[in-house]
Write a protein that binds this ligand. Sequence first.
Ligand SMILES: [Zn+2]
Length: 420
Amino acid sequence: MNFRIKILDLVRKTNQNNLYNSFIENQFKKTEDSIIAYQNNAKEKILQHHIKHNKNYREWLISKGIDLTKKIEFDEIPIINKKDLLVIHPFIEKFIHQIYHTGGTTGTPFKYSLSRESVSSLWPNLWRAFNTCGIKPCTPIIMIAGPSLYNNRSIPRKIFDWINRFTVISAFDLNTDKLQNTYDIIKQKNIKGIYGYTSAILIFLRHLEKNNLYLDLRGIFSTSETFIPKIRTLAKTYCNCDVFDIYGANDGGICAFECQEHNGYHISYERTYVEIIAHKIILTDLTNLSFPFIRYEVGDVSNSNEIIYEKCKCGSSLPKISSISGRVNSYITDSNGNRIHTEFFSHLFNKDETIIQFQVSEKFNIINVNIISDKEDIKYYQTKYNDAFNKRFIKKIGISVNSRIYKNGNEKTPIFIKLD
Ligand SMILES: [Zn+2]
């Protein structure tokens, strides 16, 4: 038993210790059939719970033409999005354990709540992801991130981080002093892992590279942004470890993580039922009694169209999403109205060892691809990629090398940003 988790459970009024133990056991012991049976039962239960207790949700279903006097199949339930939820305001007061706010500077502000059951499984799910490389709960970890991973810097959260041995570094303004300080903290506190925004991890690893600094970590966990393959090679050289990408969305309740096989994201099936419909990721939070994230369109896309239920080579039975392509708004609109996902560029660039990072921007209808590279040679990239761009786009695609990388209000670095 981990006494730190026990204390955290007292602080948070949760049940994380037991959940973590069962999550660790589930991933290797459960069979495909038992996972499917559990989810069928749980999604029916959460739907019936909200139909029964959630007046606003019930009225919304009726307004969508659902006849509640008859037996309804789960996949007949209309897909719901943030806009719908903002309008219908479907809170069940007595089940609210914690309220969350998102959006703000980057989009429409959105308020939602989690019940105790969903709050309880937040950390156990993340700890299970960390366990992929043997990191146990409350092992010292450093987090380099912005507000989407720590929107709440309240005293209870600070106490929680302290007991959990989580050191938080803001992704805002990662200058040389701050990067060096991060390196020093990792050494002093004997930190075993890094968790943070993908682009912030890249900046930190490049600092190690530039200054010839080496660390010995168990794992690095990137999240919240499109994966940057370069961090995996840098991590091997400078931190002696692998990088595991994590896909998380608290609204919808998903925590999905890569294992050492790197062929998909293992889903926290105990809390989340995932569907992919027309490449859109649709989530159902199976344990949130206070707010109906039921067939919720979270705004992310996958280039595959199915969930993998077969056992993974790593031995885990957790179902998998084979890929996460990023946000729905990562589409570039061509002159003829064609919408092309920024994954087009990822496919093109991911095999190019000279490209460390890239960002596509649009300003006054002009598209530019900014490539971050040690090779300060714009002609090289124009010769190499202009043909491919011209085949796919009618619009002219400009290239720049080592220009500014833009962040949005959450300190996240989007793969595609509109600057006008
Ligand atoms: Zn696996």
